[in-house]
Design a protein around this ligand. Structure first.
Ligand code: 5GP
Length: 201
């Protein structure tokens, strides 16, 4: 069986990554990796579904035990991608999505150059601020910190393979599906297809 594609989606907090990812995985053909974090759960978030919520000690033990594909600190908390789930799903032929911040994304690209990096951007900073304030889950200080971080992250778009603007959720989802389809059709990802076509496989 062919291995699945490793797809990394990054974008500023409030760019709508969660909404876009939920729509994308609803079709059943993508596996969304669940990260570990030391951040406290937001209202409604469940352990093992949104994140694996860990203490700093637990997280640092996972680092020491080489359990992460990548990890990074973001606004004072650790976030990391457990390696085992990703490998298992890729081996099953599923396309795996990592919804992670920029430092982690570049670690993945270094370890797995075949990964596809997509930057999900808001239409404007004004819109981003309105979404973050409207969400009502963070204090003004945290919002200010996340907006400052967004300004830095936007300068890294050039290092991504693709950029998708999340103005309309359905369009953003369709864009990501098109990107994945095109990537799957790359000749370099279909080595040996000539033999299959010739029937000499
Ligand atoms: P939040 O606290 O809003 O859930 O996430 C904060 C940031 O951490 C987001 O940009 C999110 O994409 C990123 N993030 C979530 N999980 C991971 C992970 O496993 N690794 C890395 N590097 N970033 C993550």
């Amino acid at each position: 069986m062919d291995k699945g594609l490793l797809i990394v989606v990054s974008g500023p907090s409030g760019a709508g990554k969660g909404t876009v990812m939920n729509k994308l995985i609803a079709g059943g053909d993508y596996a969304l990796s669940v990260s570990a974090t030391t951040r406290s759960p937001r209202e409604g978030e469940q352990d093992g579904i949104n994140y694996f919520f860990k203490t700093r000690e637990e997280f640092e033990k996972m680092i020491a035990d080489n359990e992460f594909l990548e990890y990074a600190e973001f606004c004072g908390n650790y976030y990391g991608t457990p390696l085992s789930y990703v490998n298992q799903k890729l081996d099953e032929g599923k396309n795996v999505i990592l919804e992670i911040e920029v430092k982690g994304a570049f670690q993945v690209k270094e370890k797995c150059p075949e990964a596809v990096l997509i930057f999900l951007a808001p239409p404007s900073m004004k819109e981003l601020e309105e979404r973050l304030v409207g969400r009502g889950t963070e204090s003004p200080e945290v919002i200010a910190e996340r907006l400052a971080r967004a300004m830095e992250e936007l300068d890294l778009i050039d290092d991504y393979d693709y950029v998708v603007i999340n103005d309309d959720v359905d369009e953003a989802v369709a864009d990501i599906r098109s990107i994945v389809k095109a990537e799957q059709r790359r000749a370099a990802r279909n080595i040996g297809i000539n033999k299959k076509i010739k029937g000499v496989d």
